[in-house]
Design a protein around this ligand. Structure first.
Ligand SMILES: [Zn+2]
Ligand SMILES: [Zn+2]
Length: 245
């Protein structure tokens, strides 16, 4: 039971900060926030992603490339060009590493207004803290696991951020239904009620309206991150730019 709770908290916590902070804020600037809140959410993103922390600058540039070149050869992670999800993950990692080490020089459009905290990135994007996080997850399992098979879940904790990315990028451009056929890509809405990926699998809706904070567009679709964004807007923590429902 403790392991199940830990898994659920880590899965949804990591996912929430990926969609809320890295995707909707850092990559698409759907809302603004003060420097204090930006740093606050930056730290929370780090704490929840832990061993698989994704550098917000590299994430945003790569994601903007994904929108600009969606499902073409210049897309960092289109399932159209890979025979398996692992090939897609490896290529995504290679583009990410090239951005981190400046082997790819993004055009000005891609690097505009990127959110970055160089000191935290330098600390977090290293093997020592990543391995320490892995050791903490393992220790938690050693203390609380009641069945041997539970340890099979550990690799998911180690690679939580990239696994979420792979699920969204693979399924979201391969399987599902389309509300909008004029998006010039293969984006799909994979889950009609998207609890498991916090709204991220409404890829077709999102590619049609990339700056819209609500990823659901039809009456039977529900994006669980959007009410949280509305609440934060209402509380004055963030300010939605494009206040469409
Ligand atoms: Zn996409
Ligand atoms: Zn996007």
């Amino acid at each position: 039971m403790v392991i199940l709770i830990f898994f659920i908290v880590h899965w949804f916590g990591s996912l929430f900060f990926q969609t809320f902070f890295l995707h909707r804020y850092a990559s698409h600037s759907m809302f603004t926030m003060s420097r204090f809140w930006e740093r606050f959410f930056y730290v929370l993103t780090y704490l929840f992603q832990g061993s698989s922390f994704l550098n917000p600058r590299a994430y945003s540039i790569m994601h903007r490339m994904h929108h600009a070149f969606s499902d073409t050869e210049r897309d960092p992670h289109s399932p159209k060009y890979f025979s398996s999800v692992f090939g897609l993950m490896i290529n995504t990692k290679n583009v990410y590493m090239d951005l981190i080490s400046n082997r790819i020089k993004p055009g000005e459009n891609f690097a505009k207004n990127v959110v970055s905290w160089p000191a935290l990135d330098r600390f977090a994007d290293n093997w020592t803290p990543r391995i320490l996080w892995g050791a903490i997850y393992t220790l938690f399992y050693v203390v609380f696991a009641t069945e041997w098979w539970m340890f099979a879940l550990l690799p998911i904790h180690f690679l939580m951020g990239p696994i979420h990315g792979a699920i969204v990028n693979w399924f979201g451009h391969k399987y599902g239904y389309r509300n909008f056929n004029d998006t010039h890509d293969h984006s799909q809405n994979t889950l009609f009620v998207d609890f498991l990926t916090m709204g991220e699998l409404f890829q077709n809706n999102h590619h049609k309206f990339p700056s819209r904070a609500n990823f659901a567009t039809r009456f039977f679709e529900f994006d669980p991150t959007y009410p949280v964004i509305k609440l934060m807007h209402w509380m004055g923590i963030i300010k939605l730019k494009n206040n469409v429902n």
